[in-house]
Design a protein around this ligand. Sequence first.
Ligand code: B12
Ligand code: SF4
Length: 483
Amino acid sequence: MPRQKNVLLVFLPSESGVDGARSLYDEKRSNPLLRSFNHSLRSLIKQSQFAIPPLSLMILSSLDVPGVEQSICDMRFEEFPFDKTWDLVGISVQTGMARKAFTLADQLRSRGIAVVLGGAHVTLFTDSCKPHADVLVLGEADDLWKEVLTDLTTERLKPLYQSANFPDLNISRPVSKRSLVKNRYFTTNLIQTGRGCQYNCDFCNVHLLNGHTLRRRAIADVVSEVERFKLHDQRIFFFVDDSINADPLYAQELFRQLIPLKIRWFGQSTTTLGQQHELLETFARSGCQALLVGIESIEAKSRHAHKKNQNRAGELVCAIKNIREAGISLYGSFIYGLDGDTLDTPAAILDFINQTKLDVPGINILRPIPGTKVFERLREEGRLLFDPLDVTAYRYSFGQEMLYQPKNIPLDAFVESYSLLTRQVFSIKNALIRGVRAPQAKSAVMLFNLFYAHLYRLSRHDLQQQMEKKHTKKPFCHTPNNF
Ligand code: B12
Ligand code: SF4
């Protein structure tokens, strides 16, 4: 009888946000007191369980194939288990972590371990992944992964797995959490009700990854998943959909059916929810505590330039007010540095935050993600600051690095104005006020704001360092030890 095959699925930490919270520059050069303060804070952040498990790997590890045993290694918490024998290691690759993924893949292959790469970066930049893998899986792998595992058992792995169609989400694929160490995470109750997005924001590539048509799961399937998850983990639920209100009729029916289950949940929605009164009420009644909304820009010119037209400025303030009055806390995410922005934009953002009393503001610098239309446009206009052929240089950091030249604002003035804005928005005093004032999840709101006070301080420090480098005329490049 053939030996059981051991498969390990790996998730890598990013350098930013809750995973990293560290300076992109050599901290050894900073003063020892600050260094030790940053180190302690980082450990505290890691231990405070902000992290959530990767739903992608939960889905893949739930697929049962006779003769295969699957495990998950979340490298945000543990080292790679080199002490065990692995027949196949699957690494989930996002663009920001691609270099790390390739280094690990090369190391494993040099030890004779077969490596499969999958995830957003592999789908978008297949060629750059080829030299680092035995097997590539492109696109949504819900069905393809079963094929890979079956081929593994018969020793017939192919170099490429790709499907002509997106998986049919109407087929029930029960997600199991057996491979997770539950207590590491803020919650393990992650649910996705659909995939795909009908919008075309030029800084986003979700439509390239998941298609332009919204595909939904059957409502009964989602409800029974919630029931099943709740039996083993009573913590909050996270609906990871890009816009949980994208199909209002579907959402209305789903969350109406969830009311009796008495869960608490958070998710991501568009601000249009503020005008969808019946849905808003149903969200509140079904236990919605907080939503992340992409405000992106309050400048009409910028929304237009980046095709983010689903938000109408006049309605934004009113929408946010309505959502908060329904008892739902809001994380509002802005992007500063869009093509219609000027040096007056920060004051307008600050006014907007004060006027709407947003619970957690997130102020991002435009990140041209490789593979998006905005990346291509900035490349054509010669405004990218790193080599456009090295897509891994476009790592994700928490506002810690300029990747492009803003259209209307000189680089130094942009950094100065961004730094002033984040200093005004994120302070300990503001964190306390926002926490007390939040309609729901008060302590989470306060903690997030405190955490952001730290992260945005790091961002100001790193941007300053980057500008100093620019003035000493050192070319922008990432040294390997940044990764
Ligand atoms: C929820 C979410 C988060 C959550 C949770 C992340 C987590 N721990 O899982 C939070 C808010 C923490 C987050 C953080 C970040 N995120 Co995020 N996030 C999402 C979101 C909205 C849903 C992800 C999800 O669960 N999808 C459901 C699963 C089932 O789909 P999936 O991940 O694509 O996986 C499928 C395939 O890709 C493939 N697959 C994936 N991995 C593997 C591995 C193998 C071996 C194989 C075979 C297949 C395979 O099969 C899966 C099943 O079909 C997506 C957008 C989206 N629509 O996907 C962005 C997205 C994944 N995030 C993105 C980014 C950039 C980030 C951050 C780097 C942001 C930042 N500046 O810090 C951080 C990274 C932190 C981290 N370590 O993940 C980008 C990645 C882009 C890219 N080119 O890589 C996306 C696509 C958003 C976007 N529009 O650009 N994120
Ligand atoms: S930013 Fe949101 S609304 Fe715009 S395309 Fe991406 S997922 Fe869709």
